[in-house]
Ligand binder design. Structure first.
Ligand code: NAD
Ligand code: TYD
Length: 369
């Protein structure tokens, strides 16, 4: 029997508050759960930053039965006046909300801290109030809080694989804010007895990913025959997790994770960036000559790799292979040009010029492979 079977968040008709549920991974989680039609009801709280879009929840809205179990609230997790009632109404809170792009955290770190630290604090305070209501008999049962974190909290891992017990050594404002958020969440477990679980997923890719990240950027640039800006020597290594697997891991930990525990969620698909780019070009039928070597990201983490034994012992492992996952992702981007053109509008040109303008002006061709 799982550690949490019989809990309200695993029961039919469970009420989940999914923060950041209009973003890439959060919306996959919402679509995946509601499509099962098992009675689960979801409230999405999302600020709709440049990275979030209600269009990501369209497949839910297109189905009347699923749409009836979704409530969407536009708002900020750092705003206690919005968060309090939504947390009070939930059996579990699953927090995906974050500023999520390392390069933007290097350009403008503050928003990362406001959402990643203050926002998490506001959510946890609301959970603390609910746990006091349980103690005083005003609420029938405790809640669970799932903090969606990342392998980047371990910092650059030159050799071996990170274990959940390893020291945290984040090296970018993004990963430092994520580390702070999960440490805060765990402190509420220890200090106030809140039921907290943490997931650390690896680099994620798939449909609906904002085109600022490596794979969707290179796919959408390749489809337009634009240059592909490869940082430094391109030999940095990442472990590539399909978004359906990432959402599945978070749900598995929500249902079966043990309170106070942290779970790595790796794919076990470690590739150097150059190899990822080679496969993107193959899948889009474009030449290597599109690739440009550009100035490296400051403090660029060389490698992430995690040990997945703990979550495997809990009964989860990734199932999507990279070639299959990438082929389906490229197919999705080909078929959803309107979606990615919208994502590449608004502040996109200004961001692109700031991040890549000088880099591309000084770029050079690079050998294949
Ligand atoms: P994303 O940027 O696509 O989505 C983030 C969502 O959060 C957006 O919808 C945005 O509008 C919302 N948001 C941001 N600030 C908010 C706030 N203050 N209040 C409410 N909503 C807010 O990010 P993603 O790639 O889907 O990542 C989701 C989570 O998973 C993040 O916590 C991220 O750190 C973590 N993660 C991502 C990856 C990855 O490779 N993408 C890997 C591991 C972990
Ligand atoms: P990214 O998708 O930003 O994820 P993360 O930084 O969280 O790992 O980047 C993945 C890898 O690709 C990382 O090593 C940086 C590299 N990269 C480039 O070489 N060029 C780019 O334009 C981007 C966005 C990333």
């Amino acid at each position: 029997m799982s550690a949490t079977s019989g809990s309200p968040w695993t029961a039919p008709g469970a009420r989940l508050l999914v923060t950041g549920g209009a973003g890439f991974i959060g919306s996959q989680f919402v679509r995946q759960i509601l499509a099962r039609s098992d009675g689960t009801r979801i409230t999405v709280l999302d600020k709709l930053t440049y990275a979030g879009s209600e269009a990501n929840l369209e497949p839910v809205r297109a189905d009347a039965e699923q749409a009836g179990r979704l409530r969407f609230i536009k708002g900020d997790i750092a705003d206690a006046s919005v968060v309090e009632q939504l947390v009070a109404d939930a059996d579990a809170v699953v927090n995906f909300a974050a500023e999520s792009h390392v390069d933007r955290s290097i350009l403008d770190p503050e928003a990362f801290l406001v959402t990643g630290v203050i926002g998490v604090h506001v959510l946890l305070e609301a959970c603390r109030r609910e746990s006091e209501r349980v103690s005083s008999g005003l609420r029938p049962s405790a809640q669970r809080f799932v903090q969606v974190s990342t392998d980047e909290v371990y910092g650059s891992v030159e050799t071996g694989q990170s274990l959940e017990t390893d020291a945290l050594a984040p090296r970018s404002p993004y990963s430092a804010a994520k580390a702070a958020g999960e440490l805060l969440a765990m402190s509420y477990h220890v200090t106030y007895g809140i039921d907290v679980v943490v997931t650390r997923g690896s680099n994620t890719y798939g449909p609906y990913q904002h085109p600022e990240k490596l794979i969707p950027l290179f796919v959408t640039n390749a489809l337009q025959d634009l240059p592909l800006p490869l940082y430094g020597d391109g030999l940095q290594r990442r472990d590539w997790l399909h978004v359906a697997d990432h959402a599945g891991a978070v749900e598995h930990v929500l249902r079966h994770g043990v309170a106070g525990e942290i779970y790595n969620a790796p794919a076990g698909i470690e590739l150097p960036n150059r190899e990822v780019v080679r496969r993107i070009l193959e899948a889009t039928d474009r030449p290597w000559s599109l690739v440009r070597t550009v100035e490296d990201r400051p403090g660029h983490d060389r490698r992430y790799a995690m040990d997945g034994s703990k979550i495997e012992a809990l009964g989860w492992r990734a199932s999507v292979g990279f070639d299959d996952g990438l082929a389906r992702t490229v197919e999705w981007f080909r078929a959803n040009e309107a979606w990615w053109r919208t994502a590449r509008s608004g502040d996109w040109d200004a961001y692109y010029a700031r991040q890549y303008g000088a880099r591309l002006a000084e770029s050079r061709a690079t050998e294949a492979g």
